[in-house]
Design a protein around this ligand. Structure first.
Ligand code: SF4
Length: 352
């Protein structure tokens, strides 16, 4: 007996059990935004982060879950991840933060907001909470480090501008291709909008860093993809970008496969990791990385291309634990150079 192939839109897969599961997941993706659920936090709001030595840089999570649903996201693979239908936002975070900072003998230099959830999801309610947290940190002279792939609403951008001296923003972007972006990070802001946000942040004199993070082998690290992206970024007056390759853990593989399989990209991407090392580092959960030589080649090609656009590139140490740290910086400063974009994926900054 012959079995009919799937005829589902954009999916053209042989009728095998694993493909049925993929198709089911694809079609069960929520079409509406998740609901917000305010929950009580257990434990401290501030917690350690792999970004700074000796409590120099702490982290704070605003919520569990993330509406952006990036296929490569490590946070979506945590046991505590609440699923795609809900964003569990911690109640009273600004107040808790205020109390914890007031009770500390030594204040951190910076707080990374928020490693396991984008601080600018498509919700004014949550973005307002992010702003309140930034304001509390600024009041105590502590920098807020924010990494986003989202749409920063005008009121939030205005608030960041008002605290520009205390804010450092990282805008992650890996492609200008809207179709590819939708596959890899379906809930995030469109690439062109992110470019406009980078320009807006720069105009507001907020320190902004552009992170090509994560580079996905064969998809976003290609010359064609990077050339147009680097040209656009350089056109904004940006002089420097950071970069880090994707790494894998079992939950990430599952989500990534579901995102890529309908387009036939899953095997080529995942196969690239076949001979890659499993690495762990202090504060970073073990993960499988691309072979070191593959990453070195990729970064070298990126740097050469970036130079043609007048851009320099720094490589994320958190995404490359087997690379030697920069020799010129002290330990704390070197960690600061790690470009906290990668911290979202380390799997360590997630406690509430
Ligand atoms: S990578 Fe960031 S923006 Fe994407 S789902 Fe994870 S936390 Fe959200």
């Amino acid at each position: 007996m012959t079995t009919a192939p799937f005829t589902l839109p954009i999916l053209d897969l042989p009728d095998r059990p694993e493909n049925r599961a993929i198709c089911r997941r694809f079609h069960e993706r929520p079409s509406r935004l998740p609901r917000i659920e305010w929950i009580e936090r257990r434990g401290n709001a501030l917690h350690s982060s792999p970004l700074g030595a000796d409590g120099d840089v702490l982290a704070l999570n605003l919520a569990r879950g993330c509406w952006h649903q990036c296929g490569f996201c490590a946070a979506r693979a945590y046991a505590s991840y609440p699923g795609e239908a809900v964003l569990q936002v911690y109640s009273h975070t600004p107040q808790r933060l205020e109390e914890e900072l007031a009770g500390r003998r030594r204040l951190p230099r910076a707080v990374f907001v928020s490693p396991s959830t984008d601080p600018f999801p498509p919700s004014s309610e949550v973005q307002a909470e992010t702003v309140r947290v930034v304001n509390v940190l600024a009041k105590h002279g502590v920098e807020a480090w924010l990494m986003t792939r989202g749409f920063i609403r005008p009121f939030a951008l205005h608030a960041l501008a008002a605290q520009a001296k205390s804010v450092k923003a990282v805008v992650a972007i890996t492609t200008l291709d809207r179709g590819l972006q939708r596959v890899l990070e379906p809930g995030t802001a469109p690439p062109r909008l992110r470019l406009r946000q980078i320009a807006g942040l720069r105009r507001a004199e907020v320190r902004v860093q552009v992170a090509l993070d994560p580079l996905v082998p064969g998809l976003t690290d290609t010359r064609g993809n990077l050339d147009s992206l680097l040209r656009a970024v350089a056109g904004l007056g940006v002089k420097h970008v950071s970069a880090g390759y994707l790494f894998l853990r079992p939950g990430i593989v599952e989500n990534l496969r579901a995102a890529l399989c309908p387009h036939g990209w899953d095997e080529s991407v995942l196969d690239a990791f076949a001979d890659g090392p499993m690495l762990a580092a202090p504060g970073i959960a073990p993960a499988r990385y691309l072979p070191k030589s593959r990453r070195q080649r990729g970064y070298a090609a990126l740097m050469a291309l970036a130079a043609r656009h007048g851009l320099t590139v720094s490589v994320s140490a958190l995404a490359n634990p087997d690379f030697a740290p920069p020799r010129t910086a002290c330990k704390s400063e070197a960690r600061g150079l790690l470009h906290f974009g990668a911290a979202r994926s380390t799997g360590q900054s997630t406690s509430s």
